[in-house]
Design a protein. Structure first.
Length: 256
């Protein structure tokens, strides 16, 4: 079931998501029609379009996206901040639907620990250096990102202009990073991204420990809401943490 969101809260949530995604625009970050970002990395999550503001310019915006994102794989995100009818318009222009991602939110008026973490696990904040590289390596393996892109992903992460708003968290067990999450604290929202657990450590409470730590980090920084885009496997976990689906992002791959 999808809850009816507060209009102001939804505006803050989508602004938070736009900021996070646009932060990958190491090669180009352009606000307009469309809002787009280009890391230059050969991975679709790191290049794309965040928002179309008017259907009146959808054809021109598609042409711009195709030209400015040429040479890299990319995605077009259609969320609650895009005009109604955007998804159909993109399909008509040759974009390929990749499905929908539930957008879930919850209040940060309190944070409960709903699950016991595995013995010996700790969740620590990551700065730069080798621990940042381990964090990138862990989520990249889970996402299917080629190891050859590791240096580039680390470089973009370290060079984000909004890093003061970003909290990176690593779940560490026996001295090794076994899980990750990144929290964007902006617009009164803690946007939770890149929740990944190494294959050998799944279903052992690592994801729950990371989620608890992400919520606490958002609350400690004075955020009012937490928000995330849930994967099918992650949605039951987030519902246990009090998240409710409020909307969807529709994801498209851009035509060649």
């Amino acid at each position: 079931m999808t809850a009816t969101p507060d209009t102001g809260d939804m505006a803050r949530v989508t602004a938070n998501f736009r900021q996070y995604l646009m932060g990958w625009g190491a090669q180009e970050c352009a606000w307009g029609d469309p809002d787009r970002y280009r890391s230059g990395l050969a991975q679709p999550q790191f290049n794309g379009v965040v928002r179309l503001r008017s259907l009146d310019v959808v054809e021109e915006s598609m042409a711009t996206a195709r030209a400015r994102l040429a040479g890299v794989p990319w995605w077009w995100w259609v969320g609650p901040d895009s005009p109604a009818g955007t998804a159909d318009a993109l399909s008509g222009l040759g974009a390929v639907s990749l499905g929908a991602v539930p957008l879930m939110t919850r209040s940060l008026d309190r944070v409960e620990q709903t699950e016991e973490p595995p013995p010996g696990l700790r969740v620590e904040e990551v700065g730069d250096g080798e621990r940042l590289r381990e964090l990138v390596r862990t989520y990249s393996a889970s996402m299917g990102v080629s190891p050859s892109l590791e240096d580039g992903v680390v470089r973009v992460e370290a060079g984000r202009p909004d890093n003061a708003d970003v909290v990176r968290l690593a779940a560490v067990l026996d001295g090794r990073v076994v899980g990750t999450t990144v929290v964007m604290t902006a617009h009164e929202v803690a946007g939770v991204f890149l929740v990944h657990v190494a294959q050998a450590h799944r279903r052992r409470g690592v994801g729950g420990a990371l989620t608890t730590a992400a919520l606490r980090a958002g609350r400690e920084r004075g955020m009012r809401l937490a928000a995330l885009g849930a994967s099918p496997s992650g949605e039951p976990l987030y519902r246990r943490f009090g998240f409710t689906a409020v909307a969807e992002y529709y994801l498209f791959s851009g035509p060649a």
